[in-house]
Design a protein around this ligand. Structure first.
Ligand code: PLP
Length: 406
């Protein structure tokens, strides 16, 4: 009997997440066939030997006996929410209410929930281009319209507030910021953030600030959280354990709201409803939050000279500087580099084809730049997580492939 095909919902038609798409599946096939593939497509610290700080593991294990049931509040356990609140207070954000902190199964779940609670069909959301593609997907999936604002290499991938202001329409509801940025590594200067906040306040845009790479900055770059700059609109700050605390498998993220929260009571109630529908976030992982936020920030050791991420970044930048084909804005933060290929030297270069060839011929997996919602096709993104000498090896293979294509 031939059955009619069971189709995925049409709502998913324009939803993209290529970081885990067909290329990654092909990499798995190659691995099954016995090849060793170097996978630089995902920022998964555990896959490169980074460990979660010991104190966080102990906090989780010692509280496991309290983590067997759903937690009392759908928003998360009290000590975790309290720790997020205290971190915000230390940053000078004094208007966060305990009730306006939500824990989630990673920032990923909260991004989807926050968009779902906000959007009517056709509502517009400003999202950076390039972006971390879940942000674009989260708008599309809920019937919203993404308005991409360009972040250009010639401006260090920092957005231009004047250009952004031109894109705000009557239907625009929210502004997404990713700072420090994935995939570009840009860290936004305070002055730019202040101008973006004023714009959001004037046009009553909700600010969604994805700060999951927070203190992960290099070479003197300073991370400025957005929340302390906001008063007259609703601001949502997202962060979690996945990156700075190298615990992405714990699946713990949080969002805290400040600014104009009183007029947003209905929205926050909607979010609470969604939080309740999923009953509660993963409980064991939440027990590590207080320890993570309260302790010494061990990420600093990784991003300073001699630290693993710093040295990998240095190796990559040296390779790019020595290459006739490649260019890159030195990442000031996060754990990726967005590398460009010279269109003059390689006019037929196509990022997706290149990524497939690199995988098939050199057994290296990178993410094509166009996966990050840009129109150009001459970039790729790699993580900085491998040891410096492995990145050096990878760039040797990339160089050899490109040389063969000239
Ligand atoms: N936001 C950004 C900018 C990311 O790069 C990632 C993961 O790579 C996430 C959110 C999702 O993180 P989580 O593991 O907390 O779901």
């Amino acid at each position: 009997m031939s059955l009619p095909p069971l189709r995925a919902s049409s709502r998913l038609e324009d939803v993209r997440y290529e970081i885990r798409g067909p290329l990654a599946r092909r990499a798995l096939e190659l691995e099954k066939a016995g090849y060793e593939v170097i996978k630089l497509n995902i920022g998964n610290p555990g896959a490169f030997g980074f460990r979660t700080p010991e104190s966080m593991r102990v906090a989780l294990v010692e509280n496991l006996h309290k983590a067997e049931g759903y937690c009392a509040s759908a928003k998360g356990i009290f000590p975790a929410r309290e720790a997020v609140l205290m971190q915000q207070e230390q940053r000078g954000v004094l208007d966060v209410d305990h009730d306006a902190v939500f824990l989630g199964n990673g920032v990923s779940e909260l991004i989807l929930m926050c968009m779902r609670a906000l959007l009517e069909p056709g509502d517009e959301v400003l999202v950076p281009s390039p972006d971390y593609p879940l942000w674009t997907a989260s708008v599309v999936i809920h019937g919203g319209k993404v308005v991409h604002y360009p972040c250009r290499a010639q401006h260090g991938y920092v957005p231009d507030p004047d250009e952004l202001a031109e894109l705000v329409s009557e239907r625009c509801k929210a502004l997404v910021l990713i700072n420090p940025n994935n995939p570009t590594g840009a860290v936004y200067p305070r002055g730019v953030l202040e101008r973006l906040v004023r714009l959001a306040e004037e046009r009553q845009l909700v600010i969604f600030s994805d700060e999951i790479y927070g203190e992960m900055t290099y070479a003197g770059a300073v991370f400025q959280p957005v929340a302390p700059l906001v008063q007259h609109t609703l601001c949502a700050t997202f962060s979690g354990l996945s990156k700075i605390y190298r615990a992405c498998g714990y699946r713990v993220g949080w969002v805290s709201f400040n600014g104009e929260t009183a007029h947003a009571a209905d929205y926050l109630a909607g979010l609470e409803l969604l939080a309740s529908l999923r009953l509660c976030p993963n409980v064991p992982g939440q027990w590590a939050v207080q320890t993570a936020l309260g302790g010494q920030q061990s990420v600093r050791e990784l991003v300073e000279p001699g630290g693993r991420l710093f040295e990998s970044r240095r190796a990559l930048l040296q390779r790019v500087a020595a290459s006739p084909y490649l260019s890159c804005v030195a990442p000031a933060g996060a754990m990726y580099a967005f590398v460009g290929v010279d269109p003059q030297l390689l006019p037929d270069f196509d990022d997706a084809r290149f990524a497939l060839e690199l995988l098939e011929e050199k057994h290296v997996l990178v993410a094509p730049g166009s996966s990050f919602n840009v129109l150009y096709r001459n970039h790729f993104r790699t993580t900085l997580l491998p040891e410096a000498d492995q990145l050096d090896e990878v760039f040797g293979r990339i160089e050899a492939l490109l040389a063969g294509q000239v």
